[in-house]
Write a protein that binds this ligand. Structure first.
Ligand code: IFM
Length: 544
């Protein structure tokens, strides 16, 4: 009748006083012979305990990649255990095994799976490399990505090209940040020159794949010179029309171009960097000309020429994503970036996080904004969508505003919701897709736990921006963003096989490094250079 299927097993045991017996329940999917082999293997005494010890050790190794002692036990327990666990489980299952999707889809949703790599790069770089290569081979030779890559039947070089009307405009542009982050984490620059097939035909180096994604986006631009919305962008419900334009994707494009240029400079490919620079300037100019509404950035332009997410709109007059991405993409970290985020706090803020848009949709045609199908204040229709919350945290850290950043963090953090669990309803150790917004009678109720891109972004926001320890080409970049009350904290992090204990002492502002010492020696700037480090290191940081 549409609810979730449930099976149960039971075994009757009669125990004498003091007697101990063990029952092993073996579950799996596969061929009969593999099942028989597994049964034989685990029948041996001690085999189950040994396998469990192996699994436990592997999890500890993964989770031990980064730990923090911040003085806030809720922040620490979530960051040290549950958030990375949520990230790796979400990455492994992607969205394929989700009860939410009722098993209707047996592949990896492209955009979500690429974003999952951001956390996996630190927690399990080898697993991330395999997944990244698979996803790169889900990019088609035109530069777009297949909406779903099904690992078990994926045949790189032989997939049918996706119908242009089914292509999502954002998919391929998540690759740039994911690849950069992985390469900076591992130091494996050679990966950028690895040849990977396209899904349909031909192949290119990883760097070539990144260029192709940019070329595709540039080849599909609309009346304002901004990227076309195509089937949808990150927001599944926003149907701008094929020729409509997405401001969110425009920010993604400018970020992709900036990353591409930086990678090329690093590789010494000046010609490629010179290709990207004017395109970046052109993208910025189109954004400057068309996307600022006076108080915030608009969300999109429909094929019919209507603006979406502007003060003139009666429904959906402001959207959260473009405000965050104007800052994240590096487009504006000054006056407009601050004004845009201020508008987001003012018009979208609540105790449970920032609403995705407001006011909710009620009368727009469903074929333009599918969110109108959801009750006001839920999901994409003005709910508090979880994934953009860490984007807002990151934006505030990049603006150097710790109070805003930490306030948003606490508002959407599952652990911090445990004191109002009866409202949140979702387990306090896992992120959920969205929370009912103010227009809903259930304001504050969380929905759809586990398989959400929130996990990976929350991890990035906490580790790289709040704690401010990020992988860079030559070492670890230190840029914490702390509230005045956070006087000192410690981060332990693995980086390219070496251990770093980073002790941070706050100053008056909570941002900007005043002094940095590596193993007792003062270093200039905010980079801990790998070349100057040892197997085990003490980093002492004093903030401004
Ligand atoms: O970005 C999407 C995601 O791919 C699936 N869940 C909903 C998100 C927002 O529409």
């Amino acid at each position: 009748m549409g609810d979730n299927a449930c099976g149960s097993l039971h075994a009757d045991l009669e125990l004498a006083a003091g007697e101990t017996r063990s029952v092993t329940v073996l579950l799996g999917v596969g061929r009969r012979a593999a099942g028989a082999a597994a049964r034989a293997r685990f029948a041996a005494p001690g085999a189950v305990a040994a396998a469990l010890a192996e699994v436990t050790a592997r999890w500890h190794a993964n989770l031990g990649a980064l730990t923090a002692a911040s003085g806030d036990p809720l922040f620490d327990s979530f960051l040290n255990v549950w958030n990375p666990y949520n990230c790796l489980i979400t990455c492994a299952w992607s969205r394929a095994a989700s009860l939410v999707y009722n098993g209707e889809r047996d592949g990896l949703g492209y955009r979500d799976s690429v974003q999952d790599l951001l956390a996996a790069a630190l927690l399990d770089p080898e697993q991330a490399r395999g997944r990244m290569t698979l996803l790169l081979s889900g990019q088609e030779s035109r530069g777009n990505a297949m909406p779903v890559v099904a690992p078990f039947r994926h045949r790189p070089g032989h997939e049918k090209p996706t119908d242009l009307h089914r292509i999502r405009s954002d998919d391929g542009l998540w690759l740039h940040q994911a690849v950069l982050n992985w390469v900076q984490e591992t130091g494996d620059l050679a990966y950028l020159d690895r040849e990977v097939p396209f899904a349909d035909t031909g192949s290119a180096t990883v760097l070539g794949h990144l260029r192709r994604a940019i070329e595709f986006t540039r080849a599909h631009r609309g009346a304002h010179g901004l990227p076309c919305g195509l089937d949808a962008d990150w927001n599944d419900c926003l149907r701008m029309g094929h020729e409509g334009e997405s401001v969110f994707v425009a920010f993604q494009l400018r970020q992709a171009l900036a990353i591409y240029r930086d990678i090329c400079l690093r590789l010494g490919r000046a010609g490629e960097a010179t290709w990207a620079s004017p395109l970046l300037a052109e993208t910025d100019a189109a954004i400057a000309r068309h996307c600022w509404d006076g108080g915030w950035f608009v969300r999109a332009f429909s094929e019919a020429g209507d603006v979406i997410g502007a003060s003139s709109c009666r429904e959906g007059s402001i959207f959260l994503n473009p405000q965050c991405w104007a800052v994240i993409s590096g487009y504006d970290r000054g006056e407009r970036g601050r004004a845009a985020m201020d508008a987001a706090h003012r018009l979208l803020g609540s105790d449970h996080g920032l609403h995705l848009c407001a006011p909710p949709f009620a009368t727009v045609p469903c074929k333009e904004i599918r969110a109108v199908l959801f009750a006001p204040g839920t999901k994409e229709n003005g709910g508090i969508f979880s994934q953009p919350q860490p984007w807002a945290v990151i934006a505030e850290c990049l603006l150097g505003r710790p109070e805003h950043a930490w306030r948003i963090w606490r508002a959407f953090s599952p652990a911090h919701a445990n004191d109002h669990a009866e409202v949140r309803q979702v387990e306090p150790y896992v992120h959920c897709q969205s929370v009912h917004g103010r227009p809903s009678r259930r304001h504050g109720n969380g929905r759809l736990p586990w398989l959400t891109g929130t996990a990976t972004w929350a991890y990035v926001a906490a580790t790289q921006h709040l704690l401010g320890v990020s992988p860079d080409w030559d070492g670890l970049r230190i840029s914490p963003c702390l509230e005045p009350a956070q006087r000192r904290l410690t981060v332990r992090r693995r980086f390219r096989g070496r251990d770093f204990e980073i002790r941070i002492v706050n100053g008056a502002t909570g941002v900007g490094v005043a002094e940095l010492k590596l193993n007792g020696s003062v270093l200039p700037g905010d980079l801990v250079p790998l070349a100057a480090s040892e197997a085990s290191n003490l980093v002492e940081v004093r903030l401004n």
